[in-house]
Ligand binder design. Structure first.
Ligand SMILES: *Cc1c(COP(=O)(O)O)cnc(C)c1O
Length: 370
């Protein structure tokens, strides 16, 4: 089965091999050396002033960011399930919460954020997804962050980059906390979350909040190449392996280029089949199609062609399907996916198969590819 869901993503064989060794104790010079190397890669990847790895799924890092960086009221951007989650975290911790809510295909606008900030002076942090995975959209995070900081430089900008870090280069000039997770663009099993923090964020964290997710405690340990609690040793070994693999394959820039090229080619191929791209501002992390036959298409892909793509959640259940673009993906695999979609449309009596999807995909992908 080809796993083409936007998380979890397939784990490359060499990474699985690296993680299959005997368990290493986390309080040893051997593991500290691995931790140190991994940290160096993460500083390069995130471009931030500090880096923290947590043994948790991505939501743990979202919670850590909110409790440590928001002390009063959180403004969260809800254009989907993950944006909504930030508001729920704030409420669960007794913080104030203002929410900007839009349909799942609609990104937040700079103006509505600035209006909310002006109307609610108690807001001291903004939480937003770079790529909102619920509908596959890209928020204009950099513009929003810049405008918010121009209004009030003390506002903390928390950017959930779980489906953006490793997908595209992110300008973190105005971002105080950039979050990544293991099971999406980093091609690892679930269970490891990463935070990149700015110097002002470290100041605001001070002595930290919470216990397990107290970022001050973690920063203190991780600067010494260890962790406050038992490290997710196996996943960190896997993380080092995947980051070394990406470097061997031409580096992050090459990965960003390939991802953009592939996402664009898939989008063109699907449009050539008269399919409709759901988000108004599509993210590069996934290709999301809204279609009345979304469920049937997913079923045919799975049963007839061995392809697993994701559906939608909540009110988009049965209304969309999402194709992963994150990670190291062989062109022949994604080419198989778009061809399978064309065959599925034929099977549903929607459109006679003529090979258009692959023709358009190949034209776009291989003309530009070196
Ligand atoms: C997957 C994901 C998360 C984290 O979810 P977990 O299940 O806790 O790992 C957060 N934000 C976005 C945008 C995601 O895609």
């Amino acid at each position: 089965m080809l796993l083409f869901t936007p998380g979890p993503t397939p784990v490359p064989q060499n990474v699985r091999n690296a993680m299959s060794d005997e368990t290493m104790h986390h309080r040893t010079p051997e593991f500290e050396a691995i931790f140190e190397k991994t940290r160096k890669y993460l500083f390069d990847l995130l471009q931030s002033d500090e880096v923290v790895m947590l043994a948790s799924s991505g939501t743990g890092a979202m919670e850590a960011a909110v409790i440590n960086l928001c002390h009063n009221t959180l403004l969260n951007i809800n254009s989907g399930k993950f944006g909504e989650r930030f508001g729920k975290i704030a409420t669960a911790h007794g913080l104030g919460n203002i929410e900007i809510k839009n349909e799942w295909n609609t990104p937040a606008g700079v103006d509505e954020v600035i209006t909310a900030l002006k109307n609610n002076p108690s807001i001291d942090a903004i939480a937003i997804q770079i790529s909102e995975s619920a509908g596959g959209l890209r928020h204009p995070v950099e513009e929003i962050a810049e405008a918010a900081k121009a209004l009030n430089p003390d506002i903390m900008i928390i950017a959930d980059g779980i489906t953006a870090v490793g997908v595209e280069k992110i300008d973190i000039t105005n971002i105080d906390c950039l979050i990544a997770g293991s099971q999406k663009a980093l091609m690892l099993p679930p269970g490891l979350a990463i935070l990149g923090l700015s110097a002002p964020a470290i100041d605001k964290i001070g002595s930290g909040k919470g216990y397990y997710f107290n970022l001050a405690t973690e920063i203190k340990s991780q600067r010494k190449n260890t962790t406050a609690w038992t490290a997710a040793t196996t996943l960190i070994i896997g993380l080092l392996e995947i980051l070394e693999t990406i470097e061997r394959d031409g580096g992050m820039e090459k990965l960003y280029e390939d991802t953009a090229l592939r996402a664009n080619a898939v989008s063109l191929a699907l449009k050539a089949l008269d399919l409709h791209i759901y988000p108004k501002t599509p993210a590069l992390s996934m290709t999301t199609v809204d279609d009345e036959n979304a469920s049937q298409i997913r079923k045919i892909l799975k049963n007839d062609f061995g392809v697993n793509v994701a559906g939608g959640q909540d009110h988009l259940d049965g209304k969309i399907f999402r194709i992963n673009q994150m990670g190291l993906i062989a062109p022949y695999e994604i080419s198989w996916v778009v061809n399978s979609i064309e065959l599925a449309l034929d099977k549903l009596g929607r459109r006679k198969y003529d090979g258009a999807a692959n023709r358009v995909f190949n034209d776009s992908y291989f003309k530009v590819a070196k």
